[in-house]
Ligand binder design. Sequence first.
Ligand code: PLP
Length: 445
Amino acid sequence: MNAQLSPALSNDELDAFWMPFTANRQFKAKPRLLARAQGMHYWTDDGREVLDGVAGLWCVNAGHARREITEAVTKQLGTMEFAPTFQMGHPIAFELANRLTQIAPPGMDRVFFTNSGSESVDTALKIAIAYHRARGAGQRTRLIGREKGYHGVGFGGMSVGGMVNNRKTFGASMLPGVDHLQHTLDIEHNAFTRGLPQWGAHLANELERLIALHDASTIAAVIVEPISGSAGVILPPAGYLKRLREICDRHEILLIFDEVITGFGRVGKAFASQAFDVTPDLMTTAKGLTNGSIPMGAVFAQRKIYDAFMQGPENSIELFHGYTYSAHPVACAAALATLDIYAKEGLLTRAAALAGEWEAAVHSLRGLPHVIDVRNYGLIGAVELEPRAGKPGARAFDVFLKCFERGVMVRQTGDVIAMSPPLIIEPKQIARIVETLGSVIRDTA
Ligand SMILES: Cc1ncc(COP(=O)(O)O)c(C=O)c1O
């Protein structure tokens, strides 16, 4: 018998919380409540152990309930729970920015703090536009995103994003002057590729077409996820990101990598840009920055971008942008403790060591009923299922539910099951995730 970990909620008590990205009525009819977490596991409110195959939501890279983070947060709350960073400062904000530059891609040694991935994206887009203005190219305001991209839910991120359900309701309210590259998912050419697909680098050439259409002089930045997560784990074809970089350079367009999920060790290096050897001008992060413990995001900028703003009278504010909680002291403490754990336990590179085993495990699902693709990189995996006729997403949702019932948490997006376990995962837990998923797929019509 499992012990009840928290009092069961009545139906009425479930009403008030309007849940994000959730089918509220369906959920509230049969809730899935998590009450405790430790290491690789969650426990449900009724005391069932669940192996975490998704690091919460791609954020708990060092595993759950890390004592070092709890202690750092507790200490900071007792020392100074809040301090503003508008025309004031506090030491650990500077300490954190310096620490982050030590693991950042080359030259990215300026850091702007936010509270989430969405805020990081909107911040980066604003910095890109303001950068061009600061260097006398104020007509460069156009932003280029990509189909199936996910860049959070702010108006900026939504506009450059390319997930139809997130956009369609808000059509007329999108940012003007945004265009999109074609996405790089091509099951026909690349199904069951291990690691990066070899086909598709030429898809980056579409940027040339958009430049010819709009003229480079109107374009501020291109933003892409090095690996798209939310649309179902879409990998960049080998050479694709390098080609985007070359085209941007040729036309003085900034390249922004949204590393909200790929950052902090997920792909075997601190950041995907290092794994793929392509350095952007701006990089957005969040999630793993604090191991998911306290909301925080960070935008990394190349020095040249920051320097472009540092002109005019010294008493003038260079960028009219920021959040009350930018570099919140408690979040800074959580992030510093997180970085310590990553360094001490070698977690920023652990995914590289486990990648072979992970790849073999997830690709063992090939050949199961309805499996039409398997994709992987670092400690990211995805299994794409054939949709049920007329019911997109329904089969994968059933698989997600059954996995949860059998004690493994995976993530469903459309007809894709995505996995991104904490980077502390052990081989036997990899096996458990994949065996459970496999048995559920076999049992799901
Ligand atoms: C690539 C990417 N960008 C931005 C975001 C938005 O982050 P948040 O939900 O913290 O606003 C996400 C969230 O999953 C993401 O995957």
